[in-house]
Design a protein around this ligand. Structure first.
Ligand code: SAM
Length: 449
C-alpha cells in the first residue's frame, strides 16, 4: 500500500487546530502530500473534539459517509481517528467500525508514523494514554501561512471541573519549560507570525518545571520576541490570578488587550457544584481588578446554561453577572453530560427545551451589550491583523484587532493576510466592527532584549 496523499479534518478548539498542524508535519516528514479532499486522500485523519455531546455519533456518521464515498470511488484508503474522541472512545469505535484503520490519542501524536507502519503491515492499532512527559516537536509543526499562530504552553488539565471531560481526554496538566516556549515563540515570529497565542486549559496556572517561573514571567519573556505584534493567551481560570501576576501582565505592551476568563455560572450553588473555586462576587471583583490594572482590556467568557439543578433564580444570577461585567464576547453552551465526569451523575437534569430557552435569553442579553460596546468604538482608529478576504466575491477584508474583535474593512486593494492595517471604525454590529482604510503601518522596530 503506497500512501502518498493526506487530508485532515479538524473539529473543536485551538489546541486541536495546533495538533492538526503537528499531525500534518509528521505526514509531510514521511513524504506525503496534501490531497484536495477527504475522499480522494490515501490517509484521512479525523481530529476530533469530545467536549460536548454527540461527539461519538458525529464521528460514527462521518465514518459512514467517508466509507460510502470512498467505496463508490473504489478507494478504501486509510482513516485514522485522532484527538479527544480517540482517547475517550477510540478502542470501542475501532471494534465497531471497519471503516476505521487506526486510533491515535492526543498524548501519542508523535507515534503517527508507527501507527501508519502497522496499518501498512495489515494491523489496526489503537495508540492512546499519557506518559509523565509529553512529546511535542515544535520543528515538525506545519504552520500555515498567515500572521496568527499558536504555541502550546501547558498540555492537559488537572482542574477536574465536574462538567469537563478534558482531564480524561488530554491527561493531567504538564507545563513546558519556559525556555522552550520562548524559543518557539521567537522562531514563529521570525518566520512571520505577527500574533502568537499561548495555549493551555488553565494558562495562568503556568509554572516552569525547571525554574518555577510563573505565567507573568512567561508573558514577559515571550513578548520580547523580535517581530511579534501581539502575544495572546487562552484560557485563563479566575482562581489563578494574583495581584503580582496582574501587575506583570499590565506592564507588557505587546500583550493583547483580549482576556478570556470563563465564569461558567453566576450562581454560587452551581459554581460550588462545578468545583470552580470562586463565587460570583469574587468573579465580579476580579473583573474590576483586571480592568483597573489594564484599562483597555476586553473581557470575554464562557458560560454553561442548564447545569443539573440550575433554577430560574440561578440562571437570573448568570444574566445579572453578564449585565454587570459587560463582556466583549461570550461563548454560551448548553450543559451536556460527559462520560466519567461527576456532573453526569448529578440529579436535577434540566430539559433541553428549558436549557435552550435560557441560552436564547442569554444570547439576546449579550448581543445587546456587544452592540452597545461596539458602537462605542465608532470613530476610533485601530490596528488590525488581516486574516483574508471577508467573503468570496467582495472587496471587503477581514481581520481582528488586538482585543480579538472582528473588523471588516474596505478600500484596500492589494493588502494581504498577515499584514497589519490601520483602520478607522465607521460602523458596528453585535459581532463585528466595520471600517475604512487609514494609512499603512510601518513595521515596528524589534524591542531590545
Ligand atoms: N479549561 C477552560 C476552563 O476551565 O475554563 C475551558 C475548556 S473547555 C474545552 C471550553 C468551554 O466548554 C468551557 O469553558 C465550558 O464553558 C464548555 N464546556 C466544557 N464542558 C462542557 C459540558 N460538559 N457541557 C457544556 N459545555 C461545556
Amino acid at each position: 500500500m503506497a500512501l502518498k496523499t493526506y487530508f485532515i479534518e479538524t473539529w473543536g478548539c485551538q489546541m486541536n487546530v495546533l495538533d492538526s498542524q503537528h499531525l500534518e508535519g509528521l505526514l509531510r516528514a514521511r513524504g506525503l502530500e496534501p490531497a484536495g479532499d477527504a475522499v480522494e486522500a490515501d490517509v484521512t485523519l479525523l481530529n476530533t473534539c469530545a467536549v460536548r455531546e454527540k461527539a461519538v455519533q458525529k464521528v460514527a456518521s462521518r465514518l459512514g459517509e467517508l466509507r460510502q464515498a470512498r467505496q463508490a470511488g473504489g478507494k478504501p484508503g486509510v482513516i485514522g481517528l485522532c484527538g479527544c474522541v480517540a482517547e475517550q472512545d477510540g478502542a470501542r469505535l475501532l471494534a465497531r467500525s471497519n471503516a476505521l484503520s487506526f486510533v491515535l490519542g492526543p498524548g501519542k501524536m508523535s507515534q503517527l508514523g508507527g501507527a501508519l507502519d502497522a496499518v501498512e503491515a495489515g494491523q489496526r492499532p489503537s495508540v492512546t494514554g499519557f506518559g509523565a512527559t509529553r512529546d511535542y516537536d515544535a520543528h515538525l509543526i506545519a504552520r500555515p501561512a498567515g500572521g496568527r499562530q499558536f504555541v502550546t504552553a501547558i498540555h492537559g488539565c488537572s482542574q477536574h471541573c465536574t462538567f469537563c471531560v478534558v482531564p480524561y481526554t488530554r491527561g493531567h496538566e504538564v507545563s513546558r519549560p519556559l525556555a522552550e516556549i520562548v524559543a518557539e515563540v521567537r522562531e514563529v515570529a521570525t518566520a512571520g507570525g505577527r500574533e502568537v497565542t499561548l495555549l493551555g486549559q488553565t494558562i495562568n496556572a503556568y509554572r516552569c518545571p525547571a525554574t518555577g517561573a510563573d505565567f507573568g514571567d512567561l508573558l514577559r519573556a515571550a513578548a520580547q520576541a523580535p517581530g511579534l505584534w501581539r502575544l495572546q493567551y487562552v484560557t485563563s481560570h479566575p482562581k489563578f490570578f494574583t495581584d503580582g501576576m496582574i501587575a506583570k501582565m499590565a506592564g507588557i505592551e505587546r500583550v493583547g488587550s483580549y482576556l478570556h476568563v470563563p465564569f461558567q455560572s453566576g450562581a454560587d450553588t452551581i459554581l460550588r457544584r462545578m468545583h470552580r473555586g470562586y463565587s460570583g462576587a469574587e468573579y465580579v471583583a476580579l473583573a474590576a481588578r483586571l480592568r483597573s490594572a489594564m484599562p483597555r482590556v476586553s473581557l470575554s467568557t464562557d458560560v454553561i446554561v442548564g447545569f443539573p439543578g440550575e433554577t430560574e433564580d440561578d440562571f437570573e444570577r448568570t444574566l445579572a453577572l453578564v449585565e454587570e461585567v459587560r463582556f466583549s464576547q461570550l461563548f454560551g453552551f448548553v450543559y451536556s453530560p460527559r462520560p466519567k465526569t461527576p456532573a453526569a451523575r448529578y440529579e436535577g437534569r434540566i430539559s433541553r427545551a428549558l436549557a435552550h430557552s435560557r441560552i436564547e435569553r442569554l444570547f439576546a442579553a449579550q448581543s445587546a451589550i456587544q452592540l452597545e460596546l461596539n458602537q462605542g468604538l465608532i470613530g476610533r482608529d485601530v490596528e488590525v491583523l488581516v486574516d483574508g478576504p471577508a467573503r468570496r466575491g467582495t472587496t471587503q477584508w477581514q481581520g481582528r484587532g488586538d482585543d480579538n474583535r472582528v473588523v471588516n474593512f474596505s478600500g484596500w486593494d492589494g493588502i494581504a493576510a498577515g499584514a497589519l492595517a490601520e483602520i478607522t471604525i465607521t460602523g458596528a454590529t453585535p459581532h463585528a466592527l466595520l471600517g475604512e482604510r487609514r494609512a499603512p503601518v510601518a513595521r515596528r522596530p524589534a524591542p531590545s532584549a
